[in-house]
Design a binder for this molecule. Sequence first.
Ligand code: SF4
Length: 106
Amino acid sequence: MSNIRTTRRRMVQILVAVLSVPWSGRTLAQPQVSESEPLAQELGYRHNAAQVDTQRFPKRAGAQGQNQFCRTCQFFQGGGDWGACTVFEGRLVNANGWCNSWFGRR
Ligand code: SF4
């Protein structure tokens, strides 16, 4: 009987420890957005903003457009090379990427 209580208590301790690990906004389980998927195609998403078709998406052209990256977008969550994007339902986009939904942080 005491073994069952000890095991149960230990399991609860492990569960509490796992749940108390801070999340940094970056979860490895989230898949990356694919440049070839329909929404990415529609929004002109590229992992490398320098590869954006500026003829099709003139918003990324010019001096102001050159400073637009996922890492400076209000929909980007995270501080590393990859972060979750709310436009893509939390899937990962590259910090140096861009899409036509870019909106600067305030
Ligand atoms: S909405 Fe912002 S963070 Fe998301 S892909 Fe477009 S530019 Fe990047």
